[in-house]
Design a binder for this molecule. Structure first.
Ligand SMILES: Cc1cc2nc3c(=O)[nH]c(=O)nc-3n(C[C@H](O)[C@H](O)[C@H](O)COP(=O)(O)O)c2cc1C
Length: 222
């Protein structure tokens, strides 16, 4: 596609159009006292609204050299201990988290015009818990973890196919085979921002800030 076509295409695309886009209003006065409670109801509403894959999120990290990176991962859980996701400790993100155990998570649910952003320190769960979390998931998830070598340079797709096929066989034959580098991480948020889009661009942004004992809340200009 020519450069000009791309710019024209981009200008023709819309996010929210007044009079056309219907987004439900969000009254921050009615928000619950904890971000976990609001997140739980927003996720349920995203599922009910038919948002595809609402449990996927961007994970942003800072690497050994202080440079940022981001990618999509799946949310494995959220509770008082934090929002959890899993990956290989030896992957790029795993190495970044070892160097800088802080991260940001971003959810975007376009069906509702909603975004949720979290920032905070990240800890890794003990190996036993990480393996139990993996073994509670699908055969495909275990096969992917057993394939391993995530983020290493791959010589050919044929090598991937052979390794993956062998990993699928092992996952089917031994559903509790460990994947030693597979690690469950928890981000314990210090701030959680809820963004409700508005067709007139009067987006509502509510930020929860951890006080150490509970949460304070503030509105932010959009
Ligand atoms: C929808 C979706 C879900 C994904 N979920 C995960 C996940 O839960 N864990 C994971 O390690 N990679 C997941 N990935 C792959 C990552 O985005 C990324 O390509 C991979 O983890 C390597 O990232 P890294 O090189 O920054 O470590 C997912 C990708 C997509 C598109």
């Amino acid at each position: 596609m020519a450069h000009q076509d791309l710019h024209e295409l981009l200008r023709s695309l819309r996010v929210w159009t007044p009079g056309e886009t219907e987004l439900r209003p969000f009254d921050p006065e009615t928000a619950p006292p904890t971000p976990l409670a609001l997140f739980t109801s927003w996720l349920a509403e995203a599922v009910a609204a038919g948002q595809p894959e609402p449990h996927t999120m961007s994970l942003a990290t800072v690497d050994e050299e202080g440079l940022p990176d981001a990618r999509i991962v799946m949310l494995h859980g959220a509770d008082a201990d934090g929002w959890s996701f899993a990956t290989h400790a030896t992957s790029r993100k795993g190495r970044a988290l070892a160097a800088h155990p802080h991260a940001a998570l971003v959810f975007y649910w376009p069906a509702l015009g909603r975004q949720v952003r979290l920032r905070g320190p990240v800890t890794s769960a003990p190996s036993k818990e990480s393996q139990a979390d993996l073994h509670a998931r699908s055969t495909g998830a275990l096969a992917a973890a057993l394939t391993g070598r995530q983020s290493e340079e791959l010589a050919s797709l044929e090598e991937l196919r052979q390794t993956s096929e062998a990993a699928w066989r092992r996952a089917r034959e031994n559903p509790s085979e460990p994947s030693p580098t597979w690690t469950l991480y928890r981000l314990r948020p210090e701030t959680v921002e809820f963004f409700q889009g508005d067709p007139h661009r009067r987006h509502v942004r509510l930020e929860y800030r951890s006080t150490g004992f509970g949460w304070s809340r503030a509105l932010l200009w959009p």
